[in-house]
Design a protein around this ligand. Structure first.
Ligand code: HEM
Length: 509
């Protein structure tokens, strides 16, 4: 009889709970029944094969072990398209060259809608970063283009280098650090500088607080908080508080600027001067800051990691930057005192963009091996077919970048970091998608590349570095940790599996 007693206890606990708790429990039970039974439905002939097992069991791995889960889906179905349920949403996963082209060029596939339900990776404030009208999104994109015009981007170069100098100056003359903490922090600062206001960027404590709030937001991104944001789970409440904290910081910066009436030479000023409404300005900073900082921070962390373990490429990159310096800012033999950051700032934007093939190859290869992106779309219609399988209107479609970037047929020994790989002879359509494709190509590419090149260049010339394990043993290329594609934010290996061991060079920062 213990079951009956247990049921009794549960029933009386349910009845004595308040309405909100009863409602939530009832809703959860309904969802469980719905999800448990949805996997029992038969697939139509032209529908992608459904994953076996209870739909409920697919939710957690999709959010927490995505790379393994998607690989398992392809292997267990033996198909190049399969589907599963996330709550009441049908998600179809596709693979292969023709699917890739169809996915990126389908007219009805919408990135914003797909991202909203499947990702949860940016703070959601209705009307500010979510539920935006097309007009507001296109205004935000237009302003992002303005930030990257030649004149604006050129003006950002000394500011980014000065931020980097200040942060790197705070390091000891030698020591170790976790690149996924310290390099990420550096890129967070340069992204705040590039996309928000000088008042925020100049206040190191405020930048740190902002970063912590975004970290808290990531921690609050759980399957429940993404799929059922109306459920008052602890994660959801955490996420809500973090979002409010970020929102307040940005609104305070706008208020202060408007009240002071003193214009500054920064992105916030450009947004205000463009006459955009407040929600657009907040949406621009709030959404792009994290999208930009996360992607550049992850990439820079991995670049420094890979270069630490690959001496050949580290020397090539150092030599490339040294040659640029020699050409654009030779040391005055009389004084020899100009700082590295000041000299790097004299290299014009065009040279950073057109005369750094080694850095370009390193960025490209880093994105191939260590960018765990899964592209997400919603089909807004009409119904369409990929790999001869129906993608109905309303369905969500995802394309994992690992499908192409880790394909051994295209990139032999795919986990090997090799910026010197032959890239011109691939017989495969869209063999590289690191910056996106077609109408959804990354709109922050120019800024991202400049940030990556400046921070890496300064670090490489100001420090000699290698990688070590926690016992201090040097890790060579073969011993480097493998990017963890299940970590959808940072591709970060297990904590402290490798550290950067560094020593300051004789050159002044
Ligand atoms: C290393 C850094 C970066 C990488 C690797 C990267 C990569 C990408 C990729 C692959 C996409 C397409 C996503 C898809 O098809 O699902 C994308 C889109 C986008 N990126 Fe980036 N990105 C980076 C930095 C940035 C920065 C710094 C910004 C803004 C300041 C930015 C803004 C955007 C925007 C707005 C889109 C959406 C474009 C659209 O809606 O059509 N990105 N990015």
């Amino acid at each position: 009889m213990p079951y009956v007693a247990g049921l009794h206890a549960a029933a009386s606990a349910f009845l004595s709970a308040g309405f909100a708790a009863q409602f939530t429990i009832a809703l959860v039970i309904c969802l469980v029944i719905l999800l448990a039974t949805s996997s029992l439905q038969e697939d139509a002939d032209d529908a992608p094969t459904s994953l076996p097992g209870l739909a409920l069991l697919h939710i957690f791995p999709f959010f927490r072990r995505r790379h393994q889960f998607l690989n398992w889906g392809f292997s267990v179905t033996g198909q190049n398209a399969f589907q599963f349920q996330l709550m009441s949403n049908t998600v179809i996963v596709v693979s292969g060259a023709s699917a890739r082209r169809a996915f990126f060029y389908a007219k009805g596939f919408d990135l914003t809608e797909g991202f909203k339900i499947l990702s949860g990776a940016i703070p959601m404030v209705r009307g500010v970063t979510s539920g935006l009208q097309t007009k507001r999104i296109s205004t935000i994109h237009k302003r992002l283009t303005a930030v990257q015009k030649n004149a604006s981007l050129s003006e950002l170069i000394p500011a980014i280098l000065e931020d980097s100098r200040r942060i790197l100056e705070s390091y000891s003359t030698s020591g170790t650090f976790d690149p996924f903490e310290k390099v990420y922090e550096l890129l967070f600062q340069t992204t705040v500088r590039s996309l928000s206001s000088s008042e925020i960027a100049d206040d190191a404590a405020l930048v740190l607080r902002l970063k912590k709030l975004y970290d808290r937001l990531d921690a609050g991104t759980t399957p429940a908080s993404v799929l059922a944001p109306w459920l008052p789970t602890p994660a959801m409440i955490k996420k809500l508080w973090a979002t409010k904290g970020i929102y307040d910081i940005i609104v305070r910066a706008i208020d202060a600027r408007e009240r002071s009436g003193v214009p500054q030479n920064d992105t916030l000023q450009m947004l205000i001067d463009s006459g955009d409404d407040r929600l657009t300005v907040v949406g621009f900073i709030m959404g792009l800051l994290i999208a930009g900082a996360r992607a550049t921070g992850t990439t820079a962390s991995w670049m420094i990691t890979f270069l630490g373990g690959h001496a050949e490429w580290r020397y090539k990159a150092k030599a490339e930057v040294a040659a640029l310096l020699a050409a654009h800012s030779p040391l005055d033999p009389a004084t020899k005192s100009t700082s590295l950051s000041a000299r790097l700032a004299e290299i014009p934007l065009e040279s950073w963009e057109a005369e750094t093939p080694v850095l370009d190859a390193i960025i490209r290869e880093t994105l191939r091996v260590a960018q765990p992106h899964t592209a997400m779309r919603r089909n807004l219609g009409p119904d369409t077919y990929i790999n001869e399988k129906l993608i109905p209107t309303g369905a969500y479609v995802v394309y994992p970048f690992s499908d192409v970037h880790l394909d051994p047929e295209i990139y032999p020994d795919p986990w090997r970091f090799d910026p010197g790989r032959e890239t011109s002879k691939f017989p495969v359509d869209l063999a590289y998608v690191g910056w996106g494709v077609g109408k959804t190509t990354c709109l922050g590419t120019r800024l991202a590349k400049v940030e990556l090149k400046l921070t890496t260049a300064l670090f490489l010339l100001a420090f000699d570095h290698t990688l070590v394990d926690t016992a201090g043993a040097v890790l060579d290329a073969a011993a480097l940790p493998r990017p963890n594609w299940d970590d959808i934010f940072m591709c970060r290996p297990a904590p402290a599996t490798c550290l950067v061991a560094y020593r300051r060079t004789a050159l002044a920062l």
